[in-house]
Design a binder for this molecule. Structure first.
Ligand code: CA
Length: 529
């Protein structure tokens, strides 16, 4: 009896020890638990890495975006596969290149019947929410709740399409989008995980800041980028013929001058758009302001505009004045975006959601902040190919990681699905970024990326069609359609891409090898037309 009691008690102890060990393992490894992570996917529009302090910007401080990086991971080689607004969005939703998701340029409509990551998350029990700039022409699908700007949206007093119903709002759009996101978080079902896309219009053209940031940069000018006076001497015709130089900016729409402050609209940067149409577009934006907003706007800008009128600037002086005006307004718009990120992070902190929420900050692509004399995007050169990407997810990502691996907007959909424990469909062409999260160098990863831009000859800015490959060291670009010209850059020796070495005979072998790799990528992604 004593012996059997002893045996029983022994068995109990062993059983309890196994139980404790098993649950101990579970609690030490949250990835193994059934709790699905929330996803907060914050994206802005045209926000270049050069204007984010954790990417080394000398133009602006972005403490809240930096916080995501310092508490998570920053990707230094994050690229877009087609550098323009709507196509970038279609790629990130579908995890497929433009030629497969059907949206090659801003004229195309998104086919909302196709597979997207929000649809798959919704089916897996997520509350899915889309707030802000959508820009895909057809209404969102796969979201329980959506509130989107009409087309590009306005900076002030925007109209939103809210689940099919149009509503006029009063206020500054970046703040309104943030308010709506916070309201939606407040009203969520806490029993279910959420996936929320907060997609800002800012800092897209025509850069109208919130009055609270007018004073920033009031008393000092910004440095010109070192490639500001690029003469495109070694490039193909594509760079020279593009209509996107700071010089081409409109005095009305871009510089936001009223017609009585200049003699004649000298800007271009459009395609078959008359000066009158552009002036009217700016007047329409200004006339959206309420009387109070107009008062604040005029109180700040009228003095500057009067000085401009008196100075009768020309040539280089006018160009550099345009650069200052453009950059200061662009950066002021980003201040509101960074403030929005801070408000969202604060909400997660205050509601105990920080640990189990994946927070992403990115932009639909990069932008030229005067580099090569340009604004806008489109080209496969570094400034517009790059898209900032920082991710915080304390459950998996140790604080302060930096990755130099090549990652793409193609990877967002597979990453979110993988982290949510949802199977990634075969048809998605990107890769889950999860293996890169520990911050260790990942050798088994892509070492080159494929790019294809289509919006020519229609559309804005006359940037010719091109495709190409970027490896860790080289970039090979083929401009086609109404030209047939190649460019090759050695990013190690020439990080500013000023010296096209395609025509140097000693590079024949390198070019052949890059062309082979480019063809392999086209085959892999099915872009062989
Ligand atoms: Ca954009």
């Amino acid at each position: 009896m004593n012996t059997s009691c002893k045996n029983l008690s022994c068995r109990n102890v062993v059983f309890i020890v196994i139980l404790v060990f098993f649950f101990g393992l579970l609690s030490c490894n949250p990835e193994k638990t059934e709790i699905k992570p929330n996803i907060l996917f914050i994206m802005s529009d045209d926000h270049a890495e050069q204007a984010i302090s954790c990417y080394g910007s000398h133009l602006i401080e972005t403490p809240n975006i930096d916080r995501i990086a310092s508490e998570g991971i920053r990707f230094n080689n994050s690229f877009v596969t087609n550098s323009i607004c709507a196509p970038s969005r279609a790629v990130l939703l579908t995890g497929k290149y433009s030629h497969l998701n059907g949206l090659r340029d801003n004229r195309d409509e998104f086919d909302g019947s196709q597979m997207t990551f929000p649809k798959l998350l919704q089916a897996a029990g997520y509350q899915t929410v889309m707030i802000g700039k959508w820009h895909l022409k057809t209404n969102p699908t796969g979201f329980d709740n959506w509130k989107i700007l009409i087309g590009q949206g306005e900076y002030y007093n925007p109209v939103f399409n809210e689940n099919g119903e149009k509503k006029q709002h009063t206020g500054y759009t970046t703040d309104l989008i943030t308010d709506m996101a916070l309201e939606s978080l407040e009203k969520r079902d806490p029993e279910k995980p959420f996936c929320m896309l907060v997609h800002h219009k800012a800092p897209h053209r025509n850069w109208m800041p919130n009055a609270k940031y007018f004073d920033a940069y009031k008393d000092h000018d910004l440095p010109l980028p070192k490639t500001f006076y690029d003469d495109y001497s070694t490039r193909s015709a594509a760079a020279r013929e593009a209509d996107m130089r700071i010089d081409d900016m409109y005095l009305s729409l871009d510089m936001k001058l009223m017609p009585d402050y200049y003699e004649k609209e000298t800007g271009t940067g459009g395609n078959a758009r008359s000066a009158e149409n552009i002036e009217q577009a700016w007047l329409n934006s200004y006339n959206r302001l309420t009387e109070d907003q107009k008062k604040a706007w005029d109180a700040f800008y009228n003095d500057i505009n009067t000085k401009f009128k008196k100075s009768k600037l020309e040539g280089k002086e006018l160009l550099e004045w345009k650069y200052q005006r453009y950059m200061k307004d662009y950066l002021r718009c980003i201040m509101s975006v960074d403030e929005s990120v801070g408000r969202l992070l604060d909400y997660l902190d205050k509601n105990g959601l920080a640990e189990n929420t994946i927070v992403v900050y990115t932009s639909d692509q990069g932008f030229y902040l005067g580099e090569h004399g340009w604004y806008d995007k489109r080209f496969m050169y570094e400034e517009s190919l790059g898209m900032p990407l920082v991710i915080r997810y304390p459950n998996i990502i140790p604080a302060g990681q930096v990755s130099d691996n090549i990652v793409l907007n193609l990877d967002f959909a597979p990453t979110f699905l993988d982290l949510a424990g949802v199977q990634v469909p075969e048809e998605m062409q990107g890769k889950s970024l999860r293996p890169l999260f520990p911050g260790k160098e990942q050798k088994d990863w892509r070492n080159s990326m494929y790019y294809h831009y289509y919006e020519y000859p229609h559309g804005w800015h006359d940037a010719k069609r091109h495709y190409g490959i970027r490896t860790e060291r080289y970039k090979l670009i083929h401009f086609y359609n109404d030209i047939d010209q190649w460019e090759l850059y050695d990013l190690l020796k020439d990080p500013d891409e000023l010296n096209n070495i395609y025509n140097e005979t000693e590079n024949r072998e390198l070019i052949d090898s890059l062309k082979n790799e480019l063809r392999e990528l086209q085959l892999q992604y099915g872009d062989t037309q």
